[in-house]
Design a protein around this ligand. Structure first.
Ligand code: NHR
Ligand code: GAR
Length: 216
């Protein structure tokens, strides 16, 4: 907990890849769009391009490769210890590709956010863009949610729809969805940093009102 609301929120961002959502969060912090500072970026992969983005922004980077650990639980314990060394008020998953075990999720309950490339509760899990195309959907999008034990099933905070176009490939659709991700993720972090967004008894609240989204 921040002792004073005028101290910026410490955010730890977890990535596995390109880190364009990380970049959107870095940009918003640099433009002072919210009272938050990214205190560290942690990747499970040492080749994640997002690490270069973080270094370029002067942010502390750590790599914790998961294959060095015997079980998911042991890896997650090490990850928690590393994250906690940065004393975060918020942990933001930004293209982090590892499912997190129960201890981890419980430890960060109410301060763990994820951006997911679909209009949840539709298309949980991986490979969402191709699945949307295969199903002939006319609409797709992105969701920000609090992370809970149910994979991609936690309370929704923000969603943004995009159209699926006739000539879309998984790549073109992914790019359209990513543009929306880069808008809604900084917005959710802003609300959280301002103390307006909270998880209360398993329900996402903004300004003390239950958040309802059109897609849930
Ligand atoms: N953990 C919990 N407990 N709950 C959630 O809602 C989570 C989570 C961890 C990550 C992100 C999620 C997404 O937005 C996320 C939400 C990875 C996988 C996955 O199957 C699924 C969903 C998400 C992230 N990962 C494989 C695994 O075995 C590895 C895949 C790979 O390395 O490419 O962990 O989509
Ligand atoms: C984003 O589309 C994010 O929603 C998705 O991966 C991409 C990461 O892009 N996340 C997941 O699929 C989590 N399983 P980025 O690295 O450029 O932010």
């Amino acid at each position: 907990m921040r002792s004073k609301m005028n101290e910026p929120l410490s955010v730890v961002v977890l990535i596995s890849g390109n880190g364009s959502n990380l970049q959107a969060l870095i940009n918003a912090a640099e433009e002072e769009k919210y009272p938050a500072r990214i205190s560290a970026v942690i990747s499970n992969r040492n080749d994640a391009y997002g690490l270069q983005r973080a270094r370029a922004a002067g942010i502390v980077c750590r790599v914790l490769p998961h294959h060095a650990y015997e079980t998911r639980e042991i890896y997650d314990q090490a990850l928690m210890a590393l994250i906690d060394s940065f004393d975060p008020g918020l942990v933001a998953l930004a293209g982090f590709m590892r499912i997190l075990s129960a201890n981890f999720v419980e430890h960060y309950s109410g301060r763990l956010l994820n951006i997911h490339p679909s209009l949840l509760p539709k298309y949980k899990g991986l490979n969402t863009h191709q699945r949307v195309l295969d199903d002939g959907e006319i609409e797709h999008g992105a969701s920000v949610h609090f992370v809970t034990l149910e994979l991609d099933g936690g309370p929704l905070i923000l969603q943004s729809p995009v159209p699926v176009l006739a000539d879309d490939t998984a790549e073109s659709l992914a790019a359209r969805v990513l543009n929306q991700e880069h808008i809604i993720y900084p917005q959710a972090v802003k609300w959280f940093a301002e103390g307006r967004l909270k998880l209360v008894d398993g329900v996402a609240m903004l300004d003390n009102k239950v958040i309802s989204t059109p897609y849930d």
